[in-house]
Design a protein around this ligand. Structure first.
Ligand SMILES: Nc1ncnc2c1ncn2[C@@H]1O[C@H](COP(=O)(O)OP(=O)(O)OP(=O)(O)O)[C@@H](O)[C@H]1O
Length: 580
C-alpha cells in the first residue's frame, strides 16, 4: 500500500498523510444535481485516496465526461454506475492515465496528480482491471505479468512465479503461473489481470465490470478477495451493471448519466430499483420472468446427437456424448462455469470448428456438422459469440462494415458489388432498434462502449430473423435497461418461430428467458429440464457436475469439480448459496 494508512496492532488505522497541496478555491464542492457536499477543506482532503473535480472529456460528437467530480476514501469500495455509454469507462481510463481529460483536476493521496500514463498511475499505486483483457494468448501467466512490470521490479521469472503463487493463495485466486493464457477460461484470465495489479504495490484498484463474465461462485470468491483488499486499506472503484452485487459489496455509489454526475447513494440502503432509476432517469423494472413458449410442435429445428469431440490443445475441453434439441419457437438455456466446454460447443455449432461427423449436428434434419460457417448462415443460422471484440466484431471496421460481415444475406451485396446505401441502412436499423449509442454507422466498432457494442452485435443477428440463433452471454456488460431490451428481443424472436440457444453464466438471466435449461460441466451436458421443473439450486449442482448423464448407459454420476470451481466455491454450490 502507499503508506498513508498506518495499521496499529489493535487493528485500528491511523492516517499519516502529509498536508494537501490543494488550491483554496476547491475547498468544498457541491454536486449541483444532488446537493451533496464534499468537505474538501485542506485538513480533510487527506482522507481521500483519490479525488477528482470538474473532469471533462469530449470525443467527436459526444461529451463522455461532463464536469465529473468524485472522491474515494482509503479502504472504501466505491461503485460507479450508469447506463451503457454514460461515461464510466472514460472516467476510469482518466483515473488510470490511459486517457487525458480536456479539463479538471485529480488528487491522489492528497497531492495534485495529472495522471500522465498508466505507468505513472502504477507508480503511484493505482491498478486497473479492464473489461477486455489485455493478455498475450501465447505467453504464460508469469510471462504476461512480467511484461507489464519494470524489469528490476519483476526480478527473475522464477521469483515472480513464486510471488504470483503467494498472492493467489493469499487472496483466494488459485492459478498456475506456468499455464499459457490461451488455455485459460475467462474467469481464470480475469484472475491473472487482478494478480497482475496485486504483484505491484497498489492502494487503489479500479475494476471495470469484473463480474460480467463470472459465475455466482466465482463472484463470491472475487468479492472475498476484494473485501480482504479493502480491509487492508486498498480503495476500490468498482464499475458494474449488477445492482445486487453493488449492494452486496460497495460502501458508496456514484451514478453517471449522459456523462454527468446524477447523484451518489449508499447502495446498502438504496433499493436496486431506485439505483436503476437514478441511472436511466425513469422507473425501471428489473429481473422479470418473460412468457414461456406457446409452441406445441414437436419438430426439432436444431438437434445435437452424441456430439463427441477431442479437446484441442492441452487445456481445451473434450465434449462427451452431448445430446439436446431445440424446437422452433423455443429458448434452450445452457448454464456452466466458463471453461467447461461452452467455447467448444459454440465453435462446433457455428462451424468455426467442424465436427468429426456431419450427423452430430442437424438443422431441420439436414446434417450440418461439416458445413462451414457461411453455409450454415445460408441455412438460417446466426451466431453471437462470447468475445465481442475480435470474434463478434472487427475493432477497426465501422459499424456498417461490421453489419455487412454477417448480414451479407440481407440483400447487402448484388452481383459481387456492395450496396452501400443498404449496408448503411442495415447498420442504422440495428443502431435505432437496439438503442446503440454511437456516433453514426461510420463509427469504428472500437469507439463504442462495451455495452453498446454488445447491443450492436446482438441486434445485427436478431434483425436477420434467423431460423436458429446461437447466443453466448447476450447481456454481458449491458446495463439494466438494455438487458431488458435484449431479453425482450430474444423473446419476440422466439415467438416468431426462431429456435434459440443461450449459453450464459448468468443463472438469473437463463431463468428469465429460457423455456428449458441444462448445464455443461467437464464437456458433459446435464439433464435438460423445463425451467418450471427445476431450480437455480439444482442447475447450480449440475454446473458443479452433480448429475447423472441422461444418455449414458452406465448411468453413473458424473461428479467432479468443473474447471474454474475451487473446493470452497464447490462447497457453496453444495450448500446452495449463490448470493455474493
Ligand atoms: N475512443 C473513443 N472515441 C470516440 N468515442 C468514444 C471513445 N471512447 C468512448 N467514446 C464514447 O464516449 C461515450 C462514453 O463511453 P464509455 O465507454 O465511457 O461509456 P460506459 O459508461 O463505460 O459504457 P458501457 O457500460 O457500455 O461500458 C460513449 O458515447 C462512447 O461511444
Amino acid at each position: 500500500m502507499n503508506g498513508i494508512i498506518k495499521k496499529n496492532k489493535d487493528k485500528s488505522s491511523e492516517i499519516i498523510m502529509p498536508a494537501s497541496h490543494e488550491p483554496e478555491s476547491s475547498r468544498s464542492l457541491r454536486l449541483e444535481s444532488t446537493g451533496a457536499v464534499f468537505e474538501n477543506s485542506r485538513s480533510d482532503n487527506h482522507f481521500y485516496r483519490i479525488r477528482c473535480e470538474g473532469i471533462t472529456k469530449v470525443y467527436p460528437g459526444v461529451v463522455a465526461n461532463d464536469q465529473v467530480s468524485l472522491a474515494i476514501q482509503p479502504g472504501e469500495i466505491h461503485a460507479l454506475l450508469g447506463e451503457n455509454g454514460a461515461g464510466k469507462s472514460t472516467l476510469m481510463k482518466i483515473l488510470y492515465g490511459v486517457t487525458q481529460p480536456d479539463s479538471g483536476h485529480i488528487w491522489f493521496d492528497g497531492q495534485p496528480q495529472p495522471l500522465k500514463s498508466p505507468a505513472h498511475a502504477r507508480r503511484l499505486g493505482i491498478g486497473m482491471v479492464f473489461q477486455h483483457f489485455s493478455l498475450f494468448e501465447t505467453l504464460t501467466v508469469v510471462e504476461n505479468i512480467a511484461l507489464s512490470m519494470d524489469k528490476r521490479e519483476a526480478g527473475s521469472l522464477k521469483d515472480l512465479a513464486r510471488r504470483i503463487e503467494e498472492i493467489s493463495s493469499h487472496y483466494g485466486m488459485p492459478i498456475d503461473p506456468h499455464r499459457h493464457v490461451h488455455s485459460l477460461s475467462t474467469g481464470e484470465r480475469q484472475r491473472v489481470e487482478i494478480i497482475r495489479c496485486l504483484v505491484q504495490d497498489i492502494s487503489l484498484l479500479i475494476l471495470d465490470e469484473p463480474t460480467s463474465v463470472l459465475t455466482p461462485q466465482e463472484v463470491s470468491s472475487l468479492f472475498a478477495t476484494l473485501r480482504k483488499l479493502a480491509a487492508e486499506g486498498c480503495s476500490l472503484l468498482f464499475i458494474s451493471h449488477k445492482l445486487q452485487e453493488v449492494k452486496a459489496l460497495c460502501d458508496r455509489a456514484t451514478v453517471l448519466r449522459h456523462g454527468k454526475i446524477a447523484g451518489t447513494c449508499d447502495p446498502k440502503t438504496t433499493s436496486t430499483e431506485d439505483m436503476a432509476s437514478m441511472m436511466v432517469g425513469s422507473q425501471t423494472t428489473l429481473g422479470q420472468r418473460y412468457s414461456f413458449s406457446s409452441n406445441k410442435v414437436e419438430d426439432k429445428r436444431l438437434a445435437v446427437q452424441g456430439l463427441t469431440e477431442a479437446a484441442l490443445g492441452d487445456f481445451g475441453t473434450a465434449l462427451q456424448d452431448i445430446h439436446f434439441s431445440v424446437k422452433p419457437g423455443e429458448i434452450l438455456g445452457i448454464a456452466g462455469v466458463a471453461g467447461n466446454g461452452q467455447k467448444e460447443l459454440i465453435q462446433l455449432l457455428s462451424g468455426e470448428r467442424l465436427a468429426t461427423s456431419p450427423d452430430f449436428i442437424t438443422l431441420d434434419d439436414q446434417a450440418i456438422g461439416k458445413l462451414t460457417p457461411g453455409k450454415r448462415r445460408r441455412l438460417g443460422m446466426a451466431v453471437v459469440p462470447e468475445e465481442r471484440l475480435g470474434r463478434g466484431a472487427v475493432p477497426d471496421m465501422s459499424l456498417s462494415e461490421n453489419g455487412l460481415l454477417t448480414g451479407f444475406l440481407q440483400n447487402l451485396v448484388s452481383r459481387g458489388f456492395l450496396r452501400q446505401r443498404r449496408i448503411h441502412g442495415f447498420a442504422n436499423d440495428v443502431i435505432s432498434n437496439f438503442r446503440v449509442k454511437a456516433h453514426g454507422n461510420l463509427a469504428d466498432a472500437k469507439s463504442l462502449s462495451g455495452g453498446n457494442l454488445q447491443k450492436f452485435i446482438i441486434g445485427r443477428e436478431i434483425l436477420q430473423n434467423p431460423k436458429l440463433l446461437i447466443c453466448a452471454s447476450p447481456t454481458w456488460g449491458v446495463d439494466v435497461g438494455a438487458a431488458n431490451l435484449i431479453h425482450q428481443s430474444l423473446i419476440d424472436l422466439r415467438d416468431k418461430g426462431t429456435a434459440i440457444v443461450v449459453l450464459s453464466e448468468d443463472l438469473d438471466e437463463l431463468f428469465q428467458v429460457s423455456d428449458r435449461i441444462g448445464a455443461l460441466c467437464h464437456g458433459k451436458l446435464s439433464p435438460v429440464k423445463p425451467v418450471t421443473e427445476t431450480s437455480i439450486n439444482e442447475v447450480g449442482q449440475w454446473m458443479a457436475g452433480v448429475f447423472t448423464n441422461p444418455e449414458s448407459e452406465a448411468s453413473e454420476q458424473a461428479y467432479a469439480l468443473p474447471r474454474g470451481v475451487e473446493p470452497e466455491m464447490e462447497q457453496n454450490i453444495q450448500e446452495k448459496e449463490f448470493t455474493p
